[in-house]
Ligand binder design. Structure first.
Ligand code: URA
Length: 258
């Protein structure tokens, strides 16, 4: 298989700069391929074989990257935002945590390389916990498409008491206040000991805008706290503190793709 790609694409995808910036860097003699200064960025390289350096620093290649983030409140699930910090800003700020064996290579600080990372689905600014970040569009589609029925589990704290038949109604699929129909969902009440607050785990298979909040509204409750616990087979690593992230393990990725 031909694994070659243009040098400018390689450098742009690895976040070194825009096309025109890397072109300019090459013109100034800052880019080398296998020790040879390259002045033109339309040349082809083989990312797996060639050693590319920028200002003398090796540029590593990754075709795909996959990270789980413990999303804190106050950060938006977007790639860019004029007002708020995004989850992508967050992961670029500091290296990922590493998990698993303490092999020297694995233990080195790991920073996202690709410039085309995006969050898989949106968590609201005030929603916390599991968010997958990748540049793998095919996997994102598989996880988000309602047709694929991938479960998303949320812990919900809601003001108000839910009707007695809330579980049955959700099992059938309910209609939201604006008339939108949602697919069947599973509700487990985990605490209804408090008179005005209900705690529950809700499992849904879609990702409509503010879906959990709108589902509770339709049942007469108001979500006051929301966190995502899992997405398909992927659960948030409990050792990740809010704002921390780590690469997916090989087996986590394999199970997600299966
Ligand atoms: N449903 C919501 O209402 N908000 C989220 O952030 C995720 C699901």
């Amino acid at each position: 298989m031909d694994r070659s790609m243009r040098l400018d694409r390689f450098l742009t995808e690895m976040g070194i700069g825009s096309r025109s910036q890397v072109k300019d860097m090459a013109r100034k003699g800052r880019i080398q391929v296998n020790g040879v200064t390259v002045k033109k960025t339309n040349e082809k390289i083989e990312p797996d074989r060639d050693l590319v350096t920028c200002d003398g620093i090796k540029v590593d290649y990754a075709e795909y990257e996959y990270y789980m983030l413990n999303k804190p409140q106050g950060v938006v699930s977007a790639t860019e935002d004029n007002l708020h910090e995004t989850v992508i800003d967050l992961i670029r700020k500091k290296p990922a945590k590493q998990k698993g064996s303490l092999e020297e290579e694995e233990n080195q600080a790991c920073r996202p390389k690709r410039s085309d990372l995006f969050p898989v689905g949106r968590l609201d600014i005030d929603t916390e916990r599991l968010l997958l970040i990748t540049n793998d569009g095919e996997l994102a589609h598989k996880l988000l498409s309602p047709k694929r029925h991938v479960d998303k589990r949320y812990f919900v704290r809601a003001a108000g008491t839910l009707p007695e038949d809330a579980q049955e109604r959700l099992k059938e699929g309910i209609t939201l206040l604006d008339g939108t129909r949602v697919m069947p969902a599973v509700l487990e009440i985990t605490d209804k000991s408090q008179e005005t607050v209900t705690e529950a785990i809700l499992t849904i298979r879609e990702g409509k805008f503010h879906q959990v909040k709108r589902m509770f509204e339709a049942l007469g409750g108001q979500v006051i706290f929301l966190k995502r616990l899992s997405m398909g087979s992927l659960k948030l690593d409990e050792s990740l503190k809010p704002g921390e992230y780590r690469p997916l393990l090989a087996e986590e990725l394999k199970r997600l793709k299966d």
